[in-house]
Design a protein. Structure first.
Length: 301
């Protein structure tokens, strides 16, 4: 009998599809957190494969800061329309107006931290028992501590020292009333894996990921896209450069890199040679040594 050997990407795909099917079997009302970034796009693609030819059995959820790149929002809306998806939007702007959170002030103000309250409120409003995310363990040291099924208590908080074992790939989704889970189907993927998978499967991604001419300014050794939201100092000199983004988030905390990578082959080559992680351009990760872990404990993505 001939033996069929899966490629590295096929093994990762099979693992992720298994996780998606476990989510569907163990939870009553899961959602896929969708930012319009490459990882959430790959998760969406994997979910479609997992349940094909049926429609994916859960809604997409986007926590909108109101300070997103217009290209990301346009991509999100086109994808939802193309695949006839259900989309839930949690608005940080609405949380501010309702007095749930307070807008940061000053030159380094960002709405990124405010997303946690909006996320938890939206999960509660829609009775979500599992929020599926595109986080990967290679991204950041706090995310490296996550399991595939990550338990959250009835306050939406995460305890990294009290996680459930996943021996023999047994995923435990048992919870009490009021608790929920985060699930991370592409935990074992790397940034290179994601890009190779996007190329192999011809997956559409936002134009922000490809090299393009954009007005930017340098602050704290990070290139920010010029915008009308961030306050500028006299030292913020706006210039035109050829850049792209390795990760996409709130534009007030997401940095660009100078790059000529205008196609997937060039991006893969560039990422392979990079010595800085993709979140190296995220100022929200640099507010403290344990910034990401502190936010995750409070209920962040």
């Amino acid at each position: 009998m001939a033996k069929y050997k899966l490629s590295h990407l096929e093994e990762l795909e099979a693992e992720s599809i298994f996780v998606f099917r476990e989510i569907a079997s163990q939870f009553e009302n899961p959602v896929l957190l969708f930012s319009g970034g490459k990882d959430s796009i790959v998760c969406f693609h994997l979910a479609r494969k997992a349940f094909w030819p049926a429609k994916i059995p859960f809604s997409l959820m986007h926590i909108d800061t109101g300070h997103n790149f217009k290209e990301t929002i346009s991509f999100r809306d086109n994808l939802v329309k193309k695949y006839n998806c259900d989309l839930i939007i949690g608005s940080v702007e609405q949380s501010i107006q309702n007095g749930k959170v307070t807008e940061e002030k000053g030159i380094n103000a960002s709405r990124n931290n405010l997303q946690t309250t909006t996320l938890l409120d939206t999960l509660e409003e829609y009775n979500v028992d599992c929020a599926i995310g595109g986080a990967r363990r290679d991204e950041e040291k706090a995310r490296a501590k996550e399991r595939f099924f990550s338990h959250r208590d009835d306050f939406g908080q995460w305890d990294p020292k009290n996680q459930r074992p996943e021996l023999w790939f047994l995923l435990n989704g048992k919870k009490r009333i009021g608790e929920h889970f985060r699930a991370f189907p592409i935990s074992n993927w790397t940034e290179i894996d994601v890009w190779q998978y996007i190329k192999e499967n011809n997956i559409d991604i936002p134009s922000l990921y490809f090299s393009h001419e954009r007005k930017v300014f340098l602050r704290n050794n990070i290139l920010y896209a010029d915008n009308d939201i961030m306050l500028k100092s006299d030292d913020d000199n706006v210039v035109s450069k050829k850049v792209r983004f390795r990760t996409i988030g709130d534009l007030t905390c997401t940095g660009a890199i100078e790059s000529d990578a205008s196609d997937l082959d060039s991006i893969i080559k560039e990422v392979s040679a990079a010595r800085i992680t993709e979140r190296g351009g995220r100022i929200d990760d640099k507010r403290s040594e344990s910034s990401m872990e502190d936010r995750k404990k409070q209920g962040y993505f």
